[in-house]
Each structure stands twice: as structure tokens, then as C-alpha cells.
Write a protein that binds this ligand. Structure first.
Ligand code: TXA
Ligand code: MG
Length: 320
């Protein structure tokens, strides 16, 4: 049985107790719902990987109430401190070398000498992280490979019965995952585009390379096929075929038998906020109506549009 906890003092205390005891509790962040486990307990981390069906080579992000708590575990250089001061709490994850006193267990970082850390937004979540008082590892709270969850109901649909609790903090504001920035080398490398745009990061710390494209490294555990609904996706579609539903963007979508518009006013932030919920809903409704696929209209790649494009490209990739 998975308990649904309210984001009040009692619910937060229950979620903290579950995490400190080595259990699994999901919670909303500003990006997506995370499935939390104590990153200092190898058994808790093993439970987390099992519940998600996540491959062991895919490392986790540890979450903290503030930058001081995060930087007690990793080696933060001047770039990291600058970014933290500017963007935390917020949708930015920093990959940094583990520190001497760092307590994030190897199982939570796929055995790597580095760790990913972030300080998420949300009053209830920050109270929870403070009450746990340890690094809380949290991947998106979906079955591995599925569409990420942005409501407690999405979490229950994927993981109900497999986890101890979900703290229902309401729908997530940003809607796509954090930007993951690797600062372990001299060059900053964006491993995953996300809630904070590459342009915004480089305005503060100088050039930011893109993993795979202009940097020689790739992100561990980032699979080509991910975020996948059941129906196949067709990107850059001008109009849907007769047996396709339409995932639209902007004020003038073509006619469609079934449609969800990410943002009728063509706003990328609104589109990001709606993306995963729209994909889940459209997938279900289209299958119920016997449609065979989802056509996706073109979406601009500026700002958070890069994160949208990344998620849609991987949702459309051939399944392994
Ligand atoms: O917005 C988010 O980041 C959400 C919420 C819950 O915080 N979390 C999330 O976690 O998206 P997840 O597990 O779905 O994605 C984490 C990614 C991994 O796939 C990996 O590519 C990267 O972060 N990562 C984690 N640790 C790393 C490390 N030590 N080195 C390089 N990349 C790492
Ligand atoms: Mg994920």
C-alpha cells in the first residue's frame, strides 16, 4: 500500500520518518515528482532502483535543503558557488567531485567519483529535506523509461503499491527536469538541457558545451529512448494523419480528431509545464479511440524549448 501524505506538518514528519528508516517516499519538486531514498543507505538505494526498474549504471541526483548542506558532500569550485547563489533553490543540478567527507554512497552514483547535487524549490519539500538531514537521492518517480510524473496521481499510476508514500505537493510548476551541468572538468558541460536554459548558464560562467555534440563526454545513464508513451510519436509534423492524435503548440493548430495544445499562446514555459501531463493524457485518450500514433508540431528550441525538444526526441526514439 502506498500512503498519500498531505504537505502539512504531520505528512512531512511521516515522509521524513519513512526516508530516515530506509523507505521510499515520493514528493513534488518544481520540476517533476521525485522518488526519494536516503542516499547514505545502500539498502534504501537498492530498493529505489528495484521499484523503478532502473539500470544500475544510471546515477542519481541527491537533494538538499540548501547549498551549504549540498557542498558538505562535494567539492564546490567558484563556478559552482556562483551558480548555486544565483539559481538555488531551482531547476539546476551540478555534477561535482565527491568530497573527503561526502556520505553519498557509491550505489547512489553508479560507482562514479562524482555526485550530482541540487537544491529544489518548494516549502514543504524544503521542510522535508531539513527534517531528513541527509542527502536524499531522487530520480523522477516513474517506472524507468516511462513519461515523467508531474502530479501525485501520475506517481500512483506508475508506482502505486511499490513505494511507501507520496507527499502530494500539487502539480509541478516547471514541468521538465532540472538542467544537469557537469563541472568536474575545466569546461562546463550541459549533460541534460532542463529548467534553466544553456544561454542563462553561460551568461554567468562563460561557455557551456553540450554533451555529445560539442563535448567529448556523454551523460551516464541517459538513454536514447526515454519518456516514452505507449503510442509512437512523430515529430515536426505539419498535420496529423487520419489515425493520429495531435500534440499541438501555438495559436493555429491544424484540424485533428483528437488534440492537446501545449500552449495556445505559443509560450514555451507554459508548454514545459503541460508537456508530460499532456503526453500521458493524449496517449490514453488516443488508445481509447483506436488511434495509432501521436503527431507533434514543431516547437522552437530557444530557452526551455531545448529541454522540450530533448524530451520529445527521446520519447520518439525507437524502443530498445
Ligand atoms: O528535475 C530533476 O532533476 C528530477 C527531480 C526529481 O529532482 N530528477 C531527475 O533525476 O530527473 P533522474 O534520475 O531522472 O535523472 C538524473 C540524471 C541521470 O540520468 C544522469 O544522467 C545524471 O542525472 N547524473 C546523476 N549523477 C551523475 C554523475 N555523477 N555524473 C554525471 N551525470 C550524473
Ligand atoms: Mg527520469
Amino acid at each position: 500500500m502506498t500512503r498519500v501524505l498531505q504537505p502539512d506538518a504531520a505528512g512531512i514528519a511521516d515522509a521524513a520518518a519513512i526516508l530516515r528508516a530506509g523507505g521510499l517516499a515520493a514528493f513534488g519538486t518544481e520540476t517533476v515528482y521525485g522518488l526519494g531514498a536516503d542516499a547514505t543507505q545502500p539498502e534504501a538505494i537498492a530498493r529505489l532502483y528495484a521499484a523503478k526498474g532502473r539500470p544500475a549504471h544510471n546515477p542519481l541526483i541527491s537533494h538538499f535543503a540548501d547549498a551549504d548542506a549540498a557542498f558538505a558532500h562535494v567539492l564546490a569550485d567558484a563556478r559552482a558557488r556562483l551558480l548555486a547563489a544565483q539559481f538555488w533553490p531551482g531547476p539546476l543540478t551540478l555534477v561535482l567531485p565527491m568530497g573527503e567527507a561526502g556520505a553519498i554512497v557509491p550505489a547512489a552514483r553508479a560507482g562514479l567519483p562524482s555526485a550530482a547535487v541540487r537544491v529544489p524549490q518548494g516549502a514543504a519539500l524544503q521542510s522535508l529535506l531539513r527534517a531528513v538531514g541527509r542527502p536524499v537521492a531522487a530520480p523522477s518517480a516513474n517506472r524507468s523509461g516511462h513519461v515523467s510524473p508531474t502530479t501525485a496521481a501520475h506517481v500512483l499510476a506508475d508506482l502505486g503499491g511499490r513505494i511507501d508514500a507520496v507527499l502530494d505537493t500539487g502539480p509541478c510548476a516547471v514541468g521538465v527536469e532540472s538542467s544537469v551541468l557537469d563541472l568536474t572538468g575545466d569546461a562546463a558541460v550541459l549533460l541534460r538541457p532542463g529548467g534553466i536554459a544553456r544561454e542563462t548558464l553561460s551568461a554567468l560562467i562563460g561557455p557551456v558545451r553540450l554533451a555529445g555534440k560539442d563535448a567529448g563526454i556523454t551523460a551516464p545513464g541517459m538513454l536514447a529512448s526515454h519518456y516514452a508513451p505507449v503510442l509512437p510519436l512523430r515529430l515536426q509534423a505539419a498535420r496529423p494523419a487520419a489515425d493520429e492524435a495531435l500534440l499541438a503548440f501555438g495559436p493555429a493548430p491544424p484540424p485533428a480528431a483528437l488534440m492537446r495544445n501545449l500552449s495556445a499562446r505559443g509560450d514555451l514555459e507554459e508548454a514545459a509545464h503541460n508537456l508530460f501531463a499532456a503526453l500521458r493524457a493524449l496517449d490514453q485518450e488516443a488508445r481509447a479511440r483506436g488511434l495509432r500514433g501521436i503527431a507533434v508540431m514543431p516547437i522552437p528550441e530557444s530557452g526551455i524549448g531545448a529541454a522540450l525538444q530533448d524530451r520529445l526526441t527521446r520519447a520518439a526514439a525507437p524502443r530498445g
